[in-house]
Design a protein around this ligand. Structure first.
Ligand code: NAG
Ligand code: NAG
Ligand code: NAG
Ligand code: NAG
Length: 145
C-alpha cells in the first residue's frame, strides 16, 4: 500500500481545480476595451457620494453603454485581463483582476473618457493590468462576470 497516494490524489485535485479556474477565467470571457480615469471618483451614478459600496483596494470601474444595463450593472463584478495593446508589451499578461462597477461612463461630452470603451478602470486597476506609462489611452481586455 502506497501511503503517499492520498496526497497525490489531493495534489491532482488541486491541479485540476487550478486548471479549471484558468480555463474559465482566461478563455471564456468577452473581448472589449478599457480606458482609465482618475479621482475625483465622486459622485457616482450608482451610489452618489457614498463611498461605502466601493471595494477595498480600489479595483473598480465605470461601465460603458455596452455593459451598463440601465443601471443594473451597479455592483456587478468582472474579472478583467489585458490582452494586448497597440504598444507592444504594455499588458501585464499574467494579471487578472476582479473589479466592481460603481459608476457609469456617461455620454459625450460628459463621458469619463472620449473613447467608447467597454469600461473605464480606476487608475489602480488599470496600472495593475497594464503599464500605464507606455500603454495607449485604451487597452484591449478580456472580461467575464
Ligand atoms: C490584439 O489581439 C487580437 C486577437 O488576437 C487581434 O485581433 C488584434 O489585432 C490585436 N491588437 C493589437 C493592437 O495587437
Ligand atoms: C507570466 O507567466 C508565465 C507562465 O507562468 C511566465 O513564464 C512569465 O515569466 C510570466 N511573466 C511575467 C511578466 O510575470
Ligand atoms: C463613440 O460614441 C459616440 C456617441 O455614441 C459616437 O457618436 C461615436 O461615433 C463613437 N465613436 C467611435 C469611434 O465609435
Ligand atoms: C513600463 O515601461 C517602461 C518603459 O518601457 C519601463 O521603464 C517600466 O519599467 C515599465 N514599468 C513596469 C511596471 O513594467
Amino acid at each position: 500500500m502506497n501511503r503517499s497516494q492520498p496526497q497525490l490524489q489531493w495534489l491532482f485535485l488541486k491541479l485540476f481545480l487550478v486548471s479549471l479556474f484558468f480555463h474559465f477565467h482566461t478563455s471564456y470571457g468577452d473581448v472589449g476595451t478599457a480606458a482609465q480615469y482618475s479621482s475625483p471618483y465622486f459622485p457616482t451614478a450608482c451610489y452618489g457620494s457614498d463611498a461605502s459600496n466601493f471595494p477595498s483596494g480600489n479595483f473598480f470601474a465605470a461601465a460603458g453603454d455596452g455593459i451598463w444595463d440601465n443601471g443594473a450593472a451597479c455592483g456587478r463584478q468582472y474579472f478583467v485581463r489585458c490582452i494586448n495593446d497597440s504598444t507592444p508589451d504594455a499588458c501585464n499578461q499574467n494579471q487578472t483582476i476582479l473589479i466592481t462597477i460603481v459608476d457609469y461612463m456617461g455620454q459625450p461630452p460628459f463621458a469619463h473618457s472620449t473613447y467608447n470603451t467597454t469600461m473605464v478602470l480606476s487608475n489602480t486597476a488599470f496600472e495593475t493590468i497594464a503599464n500605464s506609462s507606455t500603454a495607449s489611452s485604451y487597452i484591449n481586455i478580456e472580461f467575464e462576470r
